[in-house]
Design a protein around this ligand. Structure first.
Ligand code: GH3
Ligand code: MG
Ligand code: MG
Ligand code: MG
Length: 300
């Protein structure tokens, strides 16, 4: 959703008069984009990510049913609600539209208050759905991705490796002597520390394709697509330094007077094919070695 209340509505119709009529209903409240053919509609839907699409059925070239089918088959647009708006008043067309994944079907002539309310209803449903989706993949304490998103992303990137032939690196990080931190300063300060470390991690892991996640308690995981081992190790070293820089006082650490972390790095290649879990296990072995060799360090 674009802001708290304004939604983005894509109107697809080959008749400019219909677009004008529909735009007139919504443009005070929402942002309205429009397309006059199927091809343009697909491009706009993918690039502008509308919150709802109003789709005419009868259009020269690609008709609305075909557009709907394509929208539903693409990951980027599959979850955008589609409402058919059509002059074809037959019940068969309505069934076909709903079967293709449309959420509603409105017959012309357009009754503005009814269309307005039906669209508003779908916007609110989408808002609630988006919020649930966000919550399902976000860690509540730190706002980072959670372990579920970490694992799903890793599986997806591993599947992509087979096609791109690149390397994919994983960093696991664990805060040093965090139990004594909690024991001496309390859990509230412990939680503050986790949030600050998360912010630093998120700022340091900065490429758009990268993912930083809270893996569990005081353990974090990063996925770095298209990144070789030595580059990932350099990123891990920057994270380690940034946490030192952060300088959160730690009166009970055995390695420093501030909070530090240990990091392990491992890389997956397209050959030999390996399960994504293997790379996490190998990063974990390196993390364990970083702990054993004195903490506040990176092992790769
Ligand atoms: P090491 O240097 O070997 O990693 O020692 P450690 O004390 O950090 O390791 P350990 O895994 O034994 O302790 C992790 C601690 O993290 C245990 C728990 O008190 C703390 N912890 C885990 N999740 C949370 C959380 O959500 N909030 C707070 N405040 N503490 C947490
Ligand atoms: Mg038409
Ligand atoms: Mg731990
Ligand atoms: Mg620890």
């Amino acid at each position: 959703m674009n802001s708290d209340h304004r939604a983005r509505i894509l109107v697809v119709d080959d008749e400019p008069a219909n677009i004008e009529l529909l735009a007139g209903i919504f443009e005070d409240e929402h942002e309205v984009l429009f397309a006059t053919n199927g091809k343009r509609a697909l491009d706009l839907a993918a690039s502008a990510r509308p919150d709802v699409i109003l789709l005419d059925v009868m259009m020269p070239g690609t008709d609305g049913f075909q557009v709907c089918e394509w929208l539903k088959s693409e990951r980027a647009t599959a979850n955008v609600p589609v409402i058919f708006i059509t002059g074809v008043g037959d019940t068969e067309g309505e069934a076909r539209g709903l079967e293709l994944g449309a959420v509603d079907y409105v017959n012309k002539p357009i009754n503005p208050p009814v269309v307005r309310l039906r669209v508003q209803h779908q916007i609110e449903l989408k808002r609630a759905r988006d919020q649930l989706t966000r919550m399902a993949v976000t860690d509540g304490l730190t706002g980072l991705a959670n372990r579920r998103q970490f694992e799903e992303t890793l599986e997806r990137e591993n599947a992509r490796l087979a096609r791109t032939g690149d390397a994919l690196s994983v960093i696991l990080m664990d805060i040093d002597y965090f139990k004594p931190f909690n024991d001496t300063l309390g859990h509230v300060r412990g939680d503050d520390c986790l949030r600050e470390v998360s912010r630093v991690l998120d700022e340091t892991i900065s490429r758009p394709a990268d993912l930083a996640a809270r893996y569990g308690g005081e353990e974090f995981g990063c996925i770095l697509p298209e990144t070789a081992l030595e580059d990932a190790a350099a990123v891990a070293e920057r994270v380690r330094e940034a946490i030192v820089e952060l300088g959160v006082p730690h009166p009970a650490s055995e390695v420093a007077d501030h909070v530090t972390a240990s990091l392990g790095v491992a890389t997956l290649h397209c050959q030999p094919r390996q399960s994504a879990l293997r790379v996490v296990a190998r990063a974990d072995e390196q993390l364990y070695r970083a702990k054993a060799e004195g903490r506040n360090r990176v092992c790769a």
